[in-house]
Design a protein around this ligand. Structure first.
Ligand code: LLP
Length: 431
């Protein structure tokens, strides 16, 4: 009798594996650094997120920015996902993955007229508006194409999401959304003066990696009062309420992921009362735990204060520790006897900020060992760069018991292809 295994990453004996495939074999086959995603875990995370809200039959619009690999988009599409996009590039990706445009919601503070045209022509479901100026531009573009755009106004409720300041979005000092009184004026203007726009709903996203379960229920009350106010002021009826994403995960041992039940309990009856359709926009909670970054130890360099473990992965593969001081668990891929010590896991990039973990009480691996940086499936590869002329790593999706290379490693050729040197006559003469 076979015992059903939990999807994702686990030790089989002493070796870390991805849905039963040993990571050393993947490293051998695809090289390192390497992103590895678990298809079964992506599916499970998608389903788990939906569960507390199932009574409202929500549209779960996966936030493409978190992990935009075509294979990930395709997998979630087959699970019934909608998609939250923030650029013309993400629109292209969604279409390339064979996803109908009417499953995409176009958000973002700086949509260009060209992006609006492309999204209208493709037929996206809805635009989230971030300013009055954007509403005017979209109305003009829609009119010129003889189309009507469904829109949701993104409100900024001025609440503290108690998360890292770079990923807080619902405070007055943040660039996102529109304050309630301005949003009310805009709703009236859309209803009265902008026939090319149809005010379909409201949108509210207050930040990312939120772990305090009292925050969303408080925002529900603010948003619901505002729905009523908008409906009174415009005499119209809203169809959708988009509550954004931001549901925090447990990056550290002992942390608990955000409990969504208090949010769902506060929200569902209010939606029902008003006949509103719910949209959610999670990214991280679906993708982050379903991915890891596999890396090989190049050097183990003893220092006077601590040991530097120099990896072949760097801030170029995973920027989060350098940018936010974010914590990612680091695990040995093969559990063999290793000393413990104070360790910095660093990359080869020429920056002091190039680290994946700082001052960590951890195992001290040997040169040539493999390590896994956990919870790297969201905001990992998508934030990678070519700094120090480092090719971006490949991505592998483990699904159906097989490893699929879903993005090849960049080559130096790929990196240099877009550059050229002007003819000698264009600059100062060489002496
Ligand atoms: N909706 C909107 C309007 C957003 O701005 C975001 C994320 C999401 C949904 C998805 O949020 P999630 O469920 O993934 O938390 N690079 C940062 C995170 C930036 C989040 C940007 N917006 C990080 O690595 O932590």
């Amino acid at each position: 009798m076979s015992i059903a295994r939990k999807p994702g990453f686990a030790y089989d004996g002493k070796t870390l594996s991805a849905d039963g495939l040993p990571l050393p074999e993947l490293a051998e086959r695809f090289g390192t650094p390497l992103y590895v995603y678990s298809g079964p875990l992506l599916r499970e995370n998608f389903r788990l997120l939906r569960e507390p809200f199932a009574g409202a039959d929500p549209m779960v619009a996966y936030s493409v920015k978190a992990n935009s690999n075509l294979a990930v988009l395709d997998l979630l599409h087959r699970e019934g996902a909608y998609f939250d996009i923030v650029s013309g590039g993400e629109l292209k990706r969604v279409l390339k993955a064979g996803i109908p445009a009417d499953r995409a919601i176009f958000a973002g503070v700086g949509k260009t007229a060209a992006e609006m045209r492309a999204a209208l022509r493709a037929g996206v479901m809805e635009f989230n508006l971030e300013s009055e100026q954007e509403a005017e531009r979209l109305a003009a573009v829609a009119k010129s194409l003889r189309r009507r755009a469904d829109v949701a106004i993104r409100i900024n409720p001025n609440v503290d999401a108690k998360t890292h300041k770079y990923i807080t979005t619902g405070k007055t000092e943040n660039k996102f959304g529109i304050s309630l009184d301005r949003a009310l004026r805009l709703a009236r203007r859309i209803a009265e003066e902008m026939p090319a726009l149809n005010l379909a709903g409201l949108h509210c996203h207050i930040g990312s990696q939120i772990l305090d379960s009292s925050i969303h229920p408080n925002v529900v009350a603010i948003v619901m009062d505002f729905v009523d106010e908008v409906e009174r002021a415009t005499g119209g009826k809203l169809d959708t309420l988009n509550f954004g994403g931001g549901y925090g995960i447990a990056y550290e041992r002992g942390q608990q992921p955000l409990d969504l039940r208090p949010f769902a309990e506060a929200l569902l009856p209010e939606l029902k009362k008003r006949g509103l359709r719910l949209i959610l926009e999670p990214g991280r909670s679906i993708a982050a735990p379903a991915g890891l970054l596999l890396s090989r130890v190049e050097y183990v360099k003893p220092g006077d204060a601590k040991t530097f473990v120099v990896l072949d992965a760097a801030m170029t593969e995973l920027l989060r520790p350098a940018l936010y001081r974010a914590y990612h668990e680091i695990l040995p891929v093969e559990k063999h006897p290793m000393p413990q010590g104070l360790v910095d896991f660093v990359g080869p990039v020429c920056e002091t900020g190039d680290f994946l973990a700082l001052d960590r009480e951890a195992f001290v691996p040997h040169e040539g060992d493999l390590i896994a940086v956990m919870d790297a499936g969201a905001y990992g590869f998508v934030m990678a760069s070519n700094y120090n002329t480092r090719p971006m790593p490949p991505e592998v999706l483990v699904d159906g018991g097989e490893a699929h290379l879903v993005r090849k490693r960049q080559t130096y050729g790929d990196l240099l292809r877009l550059e050229s040197i002007p003819p000698r006559s264009a600059g100062a003469p060489n002496t």
